[in-house]
Design a protein around this ligand. Structure first.
Ligand SMILES: C[S@@+](CC[C@H](N)C(=O)[O-])C[C@H]1O[C@@H](n2cnc3c(N)ncnc32)[C@H](O)[C@@H]1O
Length: 251
């Protein structure tokens, strides 16, 4: 394709800024893409909170249309970390939801919850997170017991597989991951994003990846966009990122 005069002068877009990461210089790591997608969704949501200074990302502003409970006393925006693990993603979300927001973080391993709690406490953000010591497949029941129903979730992250440096037999599983997804999708706010980082190299991981592909391929194009990113030449520990956008529009 020929570049137009206006293209020639264009500034690098947000994805072009992601250099030097594990994907190789100039190729964003899947983790970076995931973080960028959820950061954009949360920044758009925060643009609706009266008096809140928009977070500085290339989020595109309120016109992109994350709607929901920006007024009132309930926490807003809401985010979910489906697999808290060592707490990196939970902390990332806690920073982004702002002072009025809340992250619901799930893990089945007490050790993971302890590490996550420690990580949050170290930076004083523990009050922005509800830690759930139960499986993400119980997401609906867990959220129903902790606030307004139905919640409108702006961002959700699932970093699947097993906890690095821990018991590899405790991994996410196809049935429970799918159950969590089914519970989550109807709760997503318009403009909200679900990020699923999927590892196919461990036992059960390939089935989990294939099942997610099949289920997400069924989502209505008029309501959702599903994008899949993967390295075409990564023979060991294959990984992929699924980004699921609930299109902006009325709740
Ligand atoms: C790859 S690790 C998550 C890493 C984490 N996001 C971080 O930032 O460090 C996957 C985690 O999923 C957890 N897990 C496994 N099955 C689960 C389930 N049904 N519900 C919630 N968490 C689960 C494991 O205990 C493990 O800690």
């Amino acid at each position: 394709m020929t570049r137009s005069a206006s293209d020639a002068g264009a500034q690098p877009g947000p994805f072009m800024e992601l250099f030097g990461c594990s994907g190789g210089a100039g190729v964003p790591a899947l983790r970076d893409l995931s973080q960028q997608a959820v950061a954009h969704a949360l920044a758009r949501a925060l643009a609706h909170v009266p008096g809140h200074a928009p977070v500085s990302t290339a989020a595109g502003g309120a016109s992109c249309g994350v709607t929901g409970d920006a007024t009132g006393d309930a926490p807003w925006p809401l985010a979910v970390d489906g697999t808290a693990g060592n707490g990196h993603d939970t902390l990332f979300l806690a920073r982004l939801v702002g002072v009025r927001g809340l992250v619901h973080a799930f893990d089945v391993q007490p050790r993971a919850l302890a590490r996550t709690a420690e990580r949050l406490a170290a930076v004083g953000l523990e009050e922005r997170v509800a830690l759930h010591g139960r499986g993400h497949e119980e997401l609906a029941a867990a959220l129903a017991s902790r606030g307004i129903w139905p919640p409108h979730i702006t961002a959700a992250m699932f970093n699947l597989g097993f906890l690095p440096g821990s018991d590899r037999s405790v991994t996410t599983r196809t049935e429970t991951t799918l159950a969590a997804l089914e519970a989550l999708l109807p709760l997503m706010a318009p403009g909200g994003v679900v990020s699923l980082h999927v590892y196919a190299g461990h036992p059960g991981g390939g089935d989990e990846a294939a099942a997610l592909d099949r289920r997400l391929a069924e989502l209505d194009w008029n309501l959702w966009r599903v994008a899949r990113y993967e390295f075409a030449n990564k023979p060991r520990n294959p990984e992929r990122l699924l980004l699921v956008l609930r299109l902006p529009g009325p709740v």
